[in-house]
Design a protein around this ligand. Structure first.
Ligand SMILES: [Fe+2]
Length: 262
């Protein structure tokens, strides 16, 4: 499964057109991805009014519909759903969309949220705002953030999780694909593994202009370190539970078994 990528064509800095999307979807399918939720950027700080949010979501929905139409009947691509990667640096930003039924990962109550690459605090107000509104919150790529002085990244991640957030690591982080932008990202991703802080692994695929988007490579790296069970949990079981709105509770055994084949 893949719950974070930019494969809706022509709406953000991900895939530019339908052929790019199809190519990426076929490659992911060949790697074993069977379900995918596309998450175009919803850059709330750049959308000044509710009308601007409406318009942006509408553009994304139409582009997704064109993609879904093109995929109809195709056998070599994952099943696709629509979500968003919501840039919400503070509670006020998230409040603008938190009650919208058309916002969330593939129709679930979970929101994929990024705080901005340079954290300005703990952003716990954003986590609380989502949870108090009855939503789930998946924090996008915490291994890639720059943490403010005095904030210990793993400790803050632990606090986010204790409040009920899930943490999503980018597949490419395990092989150092974001080293140039964030030298610590690879080490942080592995430290998250060691500290059992990885809930979900996703590609954050941006189309052909960005490398390091292979779930198979990430799976291989994790398995090589004896973390096959964590990899399965983060790439199949937990994302499935999120889409079924089962977050926050242990999935029953039957669901775990079913999920393993997804
Ligand atoms: Fe993203």
């Amino acid at each position: 499964m893949d719950l974070h990528n930019h494969l809706v064509p022509g709406v953000d800095d991900g895939c530019a057109d339908l052929p790019e999307s199809l190519d990426a979807l076929r490659t992911l399918y060949a790697e074993g991805v069977r379900t995918l939720v596309a998450t175009p950027h919803l850059l709330l700080p750049r959308l000044g009014t509710d009308a601007a949010i409406d318009s942006e979501l509408d553009i994304q929905r139409r582009a997704f519909a064109r993609l879904a139409e093109r995929l109809e009947g195709a056998r070599d691509v994952p099943t696709v759903g629509l979500g968003q990667e919501i840039w919400a640096p503070d509670a006020a930003a998230l409040r603008r969309v938190v009650a919208r039924p058309d916002v969330g990962l593939g129709g679930s109550r979970a929101l994929l949220v990024e705080f901005g690459f340079d954290l300005t605090g703990t952003h716990m107000d954003v986590v609380r705002t989502a949870l108090e509104a009855g939503r789930g919150i998946v924090i996008a790529h915490p291994e890639r953030y720059a943490y403010p002085p005095g904030v210990e990244p793993l400790e803050l991640m632990r606090q986010w999780r204790e409040h009920g957030a899930l943490l999503q690591v980018n597949a490419g982080s395990f092989s150092g694909h974001y080293r140039d932008h964030r030298p610590m990202s690879e080490a942080l991703a592995w430290a998250m593994v060691a500290n059992r802080l990885v809930d979900i692994v996703a590609t954050d695929h941006h189309g052909p202009r960005r490398a390091g988007v292979s779930p198979l490579e990430a799976f291989g790296r994790l398995a090589a370190r004896g973390e096959q069970a964590l990899a399965l949990g983060a790439m199949v079981e937990r994302p499935g539970a999120v889409l079924r709105d089962e977050t926050g509770e242990e999935a029953p055994e039957a669901v775990r078994t079913r999920g393993a084949g997804a």
